[in-house]
Write a protein that binds this ligand. Sequence first.
Ligand SMILES: *Cc1c(COP(=O)(O)O)cnc(C)c1O
Length: 395
Amino acid sequence: MTAPNTQIEPPLLGEPYLLTPGPLTTSYAVKKAMLRDWGSWDDDFRAMTREMCSRLLKMLGAGAEDFDCVPMQGSGSFSVEAMLASFIPRDGKALVLANGAYGMRSLQTLQYLGRAHIVLNKGDYLPPRGIEVAQILADDPAISHVVAIHCETSSGILNPVEEISEVTHAAGRKLLIDSMSAFGAIELKVADIRYEAMVSSANKCIEGVPGFGFIIGRKSELEAARGNSHSLCLDVHAQWAHMKKTGQWRFTPPTHVVAAFLEALRCHEVEGGVAGRGNRYTKNRDVMVAGMRKLGFETLLKDRWMSPIIVTFFCPADEKFVFDRFYGLMKNKGFIIYPGKLTLVASFRVGCIGQMDATVMRQVVVAAKESLDEMGVSDATPPALALKERARLAA
Ligand SMILES: *Cc1c(COP(=O)(O)O)cnc(C)c1O
């Protein structure tokens, strides 16, 4: 096997690396793909949409022929809303498994949609386990759908979708997955994990630029989704049916974003597909976490739950540590980090996805060390409360 071309180039014009979960740092090739204008009705663009969908479906592995891909304009949340509104019938009821901001967003979306729902709210970062889900489903026969977040980006936890899928289908219910920040780097093969639909977007692990998302749904569910949606624009069935008939998006597609995404998908394949992409991100995480731990930083999650997508660190206890200052110092050194989202203790996040490799991640650690020095923080150990909080996390 020849080594795939996974050469990571530094960003153009000295722009900082985005250590954020999308938008993220994209390659020059992806940016360059946007330099041409496309007619949305033209055969060339229709072929691009077709190739994009078939490349995405291929990632599902054996059994992908039972699924179809429906791209949807807007950011990822538009696609989540489209999925929930289209696949959950108006008389359906959803169980939302929440352990962070994105689970709560799905819940809020269902409130807007007026769909019956209940929530299993695990707080900031505890994983929803199969056994709890099974109990809730047994207690409430009205639940038709379970909504799970694959990687909950607000903490970086990789939720146990396999066991959630198992208990959901054992109970005869349907599973919808928000795999926004995981798809393309973490396997979601339909032969291994059964689900009716999942959603992701252009600007996460495939490393495209923002502008649209996509819903991958079982064809039988797409068929059954007719008339469910409250929304003209977000009707997945209508978009799917129109695309099947004409090869076109219903309304103006983000043509440049699609062109960039197609280039990103080709690079993804060259890198070794989901496994290759996942390996690079895992290495990014391991190098970065090991370096940060050496400085005294502690991760919110134990290794078992840590995704290769984004990592939450506790802020150091030292009162000379001020997050905004740290952020600015890191930015000056070429790295944009991400504020934390925990409610109880101060934290920040560092993303591992985008056009970055282990060399870049080592530079991130050096920049963190220098930034601590500049603030006069000699030890990054978090406060005792943070460690006590973490001890609650199941093994
Ligand atoms: C990024 C993301 C979304 C979508 O967010 P947008 O800002 O609408 O693109 C949804 N769910 C998860 C888990 C995400 O990481």
